[in-house]
Each structure stands twice: as structure tokens, then as C-alpha cells.
Design a protein around this ligand. Structure first.
Ligand code: FE2
Length: 155
């Protein structure tokens, strides 16, 4: 993978990571204390993801894509509408988004590893850390989803 392509991919990931932060940053809106606490930490993790990807772009001599905060980035990116009043649906959608994030990172990491090179390996290590965390978030959300069972929770 050549440098220009890596920067382009990282900037795509950066946009997605801003979308992820948008999912969790309103953690205070949830009445479920466990969700509030978890989404708060998830928001912190997403900020870490953004910062890592952003500094990777900068250190490669690239220009990080600027994102206008606010609005439903994830909804726009994936062409979906999230009904925020239905907590079960929120958890289900976020679980799906994190699964996609993990897959995206896994593809990126394997492409980087295939192309060899010290710089590619370095970026792969950064991406692999985010990949693991998106997997952990997906698994937590999936587990939370199972806990709802048949009854519908209110927000
Ligand atoms: Fe993320």
C-alpha cells in the first residue's frame, strides 16, 4: 500500500470514528445507568481512536480530513435512521456499526501487512489496537442486546 493511499484510507476511518463518537457522546440522555457509564467510556475510547488516527495522518505528512461535528454522521454514512427513543434499537444499531468497524479495520490491517514495509507495519499496529476495541465494543453491545430478551425497555 503506497503512502498516499494509506493517508486516504486513514482519513476515511477518521470520518467514521467521528461518527462513532457521535453515537456515544450523548450518554447522559439514557436512563439506564449501565448504558450511561458504558457509553461514557465508549465515547472516551472513540476520542482516543480519533486522536490516534489523526496523529497517524499528520505524522505521515498528510492533512487530516476536517469534520463538522454534530448531526447524525452515522445515519448519513450508512444511510440509516436511528430511532433514539428505542434503546433496544439503538444498542442493536451500534452493535452492527461496531461490527462493521471491526471488519473495516481487519481489512485495512491485512492490506497493510501484505504490502510489508516498516511504515506499513507501524500503521497496522495503530489500526490493530482500534480494531480490537471496536470488537470489544461490539461484543459488549451484543451482550447487552441479549439481556433485553423479549421485553422492550424504555429510555
Ligand atoms: Fe471507533
Amino acid at each position: 500500500m503506497e503512502e498516499r493511499k494509506i493517508i486516504k484510507e486513514l482519513n476515511k476511518i477518521l470520518t467514521l470514528e467521528h461518527g462513532h463518537l457521535g453515537m456515544y457522546k450523548n450518554f447522559l440522555d439514557y436512563s439506564d445507568q449501565e448504558l450511561r457509564r458504558t457509553f461514557r467510556r465508549f465515547a472516551e475510547i472513540e476520542i482516543e481512536h480519533i486522536n490516534k488516527v489523526k496523529s497517524a495522518v499528520l505524522n505521515m505528512g498528510g492533512k487530516p480530513s476536517t469534520i463538522v461535528e454534530g448531526g447524525d454522521i452515522i445515519g448519513r454514512l450508512f444511510g440509516i435512521t436511528i430511532n433514539l427513543t428505542n434503546v433496544q434499537e439503538v444498542v442493536k444499531t451500534y452493535s452492527w456499526v461496531e461490527k462493521k468497524s471491526h471488519q473495516g479495520y481487519a481489512d485495512f490491517v491485512s492490506k497493510l501487512e501484505q504490502s510489508g514495509g516498516a511504515m506499513q507495519q507501524f500503521i497496522a499496529e495503530i489500526a490493530a489496537a482500534n480494531m480490537l476495541e471496536s470488537r470489544l465494543m461490539h461484543l459488549w453491545l451484543d451482550d447487552k442486546l441479549k439481556s433485553y430478551g423479549d421485553h422492550k425497555p424504555s429510555q
